[in-house]
Design a protein around this ligand. Structure first.
Ligand SMILES: [Zn+2]
Length: 596
């Protein structure tokens, strides 16, 4: 019998390894745990079970198998998750029936194909065409060696209007699709399409799985006489490419970042390439944007230590300051490399002497030291006006330090250097708002991952799961769920509770569970295995009390729901001037309110 690719992939891949590629996991007992990538948390409640090959987060209730994990973390559809995992598992999907093929060829996949084909096209141009060879000469002169050109798949976009797009159309893609991939621009006057990257060195941008999702193009040489020509251009946001989420080089750097527990953040493609070439593999770049909450969430999976190597005036640039503020609030340890002069970048330094760069990294200052130095060099800390200005720069930064001990240290330091009393600094600090970062977090908060279970549906589910897992852990707790409490539970949980209640002769719940799992449908099966995992990892000082608390909350949720229903009915009764109805409903309403 032919096995499905899904089973095949599941057999070949270990869930711990796959998930461990995205987040830090620690072994606890027979399971692994880590910080959930899908909601914001300080204590890890994300578990992976190697025996069951499932994952589950007890904070946000998300869970499932490896496919579910990839879908969730990569934000892709099932077909794409299948493809990503098939690649990891070395499972060939092509041999499968055409049904699979059809599912895989999503619109998204076609965009991936366009990016990959374009990347090959650009690579070929760099090797073969004579302007391409010029471009290559330029790259070599800048210190990027042959190996790096291959590794980072650098290319050349020919100086023609439709060279790339004609090539892609020849491969069966429409100009509209090519536009969706960001590679052509629609001319407003003639309604025709022309290539975005003409006469530029091309830097493909990769996602975490090293698939090409976007491109950046750089002018080179002195041939261009138009003065206003932009040095770097990037593709705009597409279905695959979102600069606020992508860190250039992370596909290559992620393992080293985790290993060294440190990430060097630079600004340009060439900085990343030269760093990696010189052995600083833990380097990534934000491309054409300041640090966003999304970047930070991704980085946090690998390390909480950042070293910034920006050539801009960090203290003066508002966007950069915002990004740093966000990182600080999220508990990142931040250091800053002092660039020797404005306009010099890591690539230049490395080209001159790798040792210099090594030294710069070693001598990176903590972000607080950095702000101190920059404030004290801009203002005179001995005169009242200067003291005030310095306070204005440094206090918001101190305010954002989440750790109180560390915060207190810097308050002392500031008091000492300004020769004022610590109490006064405390007073000022109370008045200070970490304004900039707040603004950004709030805005980002709307769309950002931290999904604390706000809506009652999720909360209800969490409470139910907690109760059921505590019962699985200690079956005698089942007696706490009396008949009259069953209606507080969802249908699924009720079904489960009835099932185990109905078999009092079987004391061993594990046996019951195993039986249940056998005959259960897929959804119930997932539910049961998540429960078993939870029972394994759950720990409560006093499970009985915990169950009672959860039950009370469930009951009040149920009552509130009913109250809402009644007030809806009441509205209708009032509209219909149904006096008897109103009376009855009011009675019901009052009775229920007493139960709250
Ligand atoms: Zn979670």
């Amino acid at each position: 019998m032919l096995t499905s690719p899904i089973e095949d992939i599941k057999n070949k891949l270990d869930i711990v390894e796959v998930i461990g590629g995205y987040i830090k996991l620690k072994k606890t007992g027979i399971n692994y745990r880590g910080l959930c990538p899908f909601h914001s948390e300080k204590k890890p409640s994300f578990f992976v079970s190697p025996t069951r090959q499932i994952w589950h987060c007890f904070g946000c209730s998300k869970g499932g198998d490896i496919f579910g994990f990839i879908k969730e973390i990569e934000g892709v559809e099932f077909g794409d998750a299948l493809r990503i995992l098939a690649q990891k598992a070395g499972v060939e999907l092509k041999k499968q029936s055409s049904k699979w093929q059809a599912e895989l060829k999503t619109a998204r996949q076609r965009l991936y194909d366009i990016c990959e084909l374009s990347c090959r096209f650009f690579e070929k141009q760099l090797e073969g065409s004579s302007p391409g060879k010029e471009a290559k000469k330029y790259l070599l002169k800048r210190g990027i060696n042959e190996g790096s050109i291959k590794k980072w798949r650098l290319g050349y976009g020919p100086d023609t209007w439709q060279g790339l797009s004609d090539f892609l159309v020849g491969k069966g893609y429409t100009r509209e699709e090519i536009e969706k991939a960001g590679l052509v621009v629609k001319s407003e006057s003639s309604q025709s399409f022309y290539d975005r990257f003409r006469g530029r060195i091309i830097f493909p941008v990769f996602d975490l799985n090293s698939q090409v999702v976007g491109f950046g193009g750089r002018v080179f040489g002195t041939g261009n006489k138009e003065e206003e020509i932009v040095k770097y251009i990037n593709i705009p946001q597409t279905l695959l490419y979102d600069k606020s989420r992508i860190l250039y080089g992370l596909n290559n750097a992620k393992v080293e970042i985790r290993k060294r527990n440190e990430c060097i953040l630079v600004e340009g493609y060439t900085d990343v390439i030269m760093s990696s070439q010189a052995g600083f593999e833990n380097t990534v770049a934000v491309a054409g944007t300041a640090l966003t909450p999304f970047h930070l969430n991704i980085l946090k999976r690998y390390s909480e230590n950042l070293i910034l190597a920006f050539d801009m005036d960090i203290a003066g640039d508002t966007a950069t300051k915002k990004g740093i503020g966000l990182a600080q609030e999220r508990g990142f340890g931040i250091k800053v490399i002092k660039m020797p002069s404005q306009g010099s970048d890591p690539a230049d330094i490395i080209l001159k002497n790798t040792k210099d760069w090594e030294k710069d990294i070693k001598e990176a200052q903590s972000i607080l030291e950095f702000y101190f130095n920059s404030a004290f060099s801009s203002f005179d800390g001995k005169v009242p006006e200067g003291k005030k200005e310095i306070g204005k720069i440094i206090l918001p930064v101190i305010k954002r330090i989440p750790n109180k001990i560390e915060q207190s240290h810097w308050i002392q330091e500031l008091a000492k250097r300004l020769a004022v009393r610590e109490e006064d600094i405390f007073e000022e600090l109370k008045k200070t708002k970490p304004a900039l970062a707040d603004e950004v977090s709030e805005r980002a908060g709307n769309s950002l991952t931290p999904k604390t279970p706000k809506n009652s549906e999720e909360r209800k589910q969490i409470l139910e799961e907690k109760i059921l897992s505590l019962i699985l852990k200690e079956p005698e707790n089942l007696s706490l769920i009396s008949e009259d409490r069953l209606p507080f539970f969802s249908e699924k949980s009720q079904q489960f509770l009835k099932e185990i209640k109905g078999q009092p002769e079987e004391k061993d719940l594990k046996t019951i569970l195993a039986k249940l799992e056998k005959k259960a449908d897929k959804e119930l099966k997932n539910f049961l295995s998540a429960l078993s995992l939870r029972a394994e990892v759950e720990y409560e000082e006093d499970p009985e009390e915990e169950i009672q608390l959860c039950l009370t909350e469930l009951k009040s949720m149920e009552v509130k729901n009913k109250l809402k229903e009644i007030s809806e009915e009441l509205k209708i009764a009032e509209e219909n001037q149904d006096k008897k109805g109103i009376d009855d409903l009011m009675k019901k309403f009052n009775k229920l309110t007493r139960e709250l």
